[in-house]
Structures are given as C-alpha cells and as structure tokens.
Design a protein. Structure first.
Length: 164
C-alpha cells in the first residue's frame, strides 16, 4: 500500500528521532511496518527472538542479549496519522512473550515512553502490557489542556481580564 507524501500533525523529525533512540536502546523499532498489528507483532517477534538467541550464543555469559523487544506502528496506524489521529505504538518481546513476564513487557513500554519524551513527543500510556503506547497529536494535547480545571491564579486572571 502506497501513500502520497503529505504532512502529518505529529512532527515527523521527532518521530524518526524517537524510533532511532528506541533502536539505540536495543529495541527492534519499525515505522509504518506491516499491514496490521498482528502481522507486525508476528514478524518482529520472530526477528527479536532470533537476534536474542544469536546474541545469547555469542555472549554465553549473558552480558549482551539485546534486542529483547520490539516497537512499531503499522500501515493502518499510518492512515490515522495522516488524518490527524494519535499514533499508537505496538510493542512486545521476542517469541510472542513466551516465558516473558509482565515486567519485561512494561520495561519495553517504558523504553518507548522515554525515547518519545527525549525526542520531544508527548505520550499517554497506563503502564499495562496489553495497551499500546500512544503518541498524542497536537489536537489531543490542546483538547486535554483546555479540559484541565483552572488554577486559582488562572481563574483570577480570566475573571479580571488579566489585570492584577
């Protein structure tokens, strides 16, 4: 599936930086990868497991077993991204989590959050291994900011036209 090049509300330079940081942190990180979450998780899970086994064989002491996980957004997510929606980042550990604890999944999610934040993106994730990490679109951030209750100081400024 091909898409014409277009602008998206989420800064692409920041997004590329976040994925580069994820790779530097040891994750297999792919943008616009595969047609859907099932296919992306299957393919990346197999690749992560292969690389983990190769690294474990090369480093029998266990000193280097990365990459231990993966992160992606798929082609269906790209359609939403172009339409201005938030971008959800799928993630997992090799071999579809066989033998992996929730802690390992959460560790991957936290790496994704940290890399996105370092790249200047705003995320939302509840810490659950079964939920994807969401990169918020500017419209979502603005909507959330507008919905926050006013502080006493803000209420004073609004009530008196900013005059103190």
């Amino acid at each position: 599936m091909r898409y014409r090049q277009t602008t998206t509300p989420i800064d692409q330079t920041k997004l590329r930086k976040a994925f580069s940081l994820m790779r530097a942190a040891g994750l297999l990180a792919r943008m616009n990868y595969a047609c859907c979450g099932t296919c992306a998780s299957y393919a990346l899970g197999k690749k992560a497991a292969e690389k983990r086994r190769d690294n474990a064989a090369a480093h029998p002491s266990g000193s280097s077993i990365l990459p231990f996980g993966f992160a992606y957004y798929h082609q269906q997510d790209t359609v939403g991204l172009v339409e201005g929606e938030d971008l959800c980042i799928g993630f997992g550990v090799g071999d579809f989590g066989a033998g992996a604890s929730d802690r390992e999944f959460v560790k991957v999610g936290r790496i994704i959050e940290r890399c996105c934040k370092e790249a200047g993106l705003v995320t939302d994730w509840n810490g659950s291994p079964s939920k994807r990490v969401m990169i918020l679109a500017p419209a979502t951030i603005a909507r959330r900011e507008a919905a926050k209750p006013l502080t006493e100081e803000d209420a004073f400024r609004v009530g008196f036209g900013g005059v103190r």
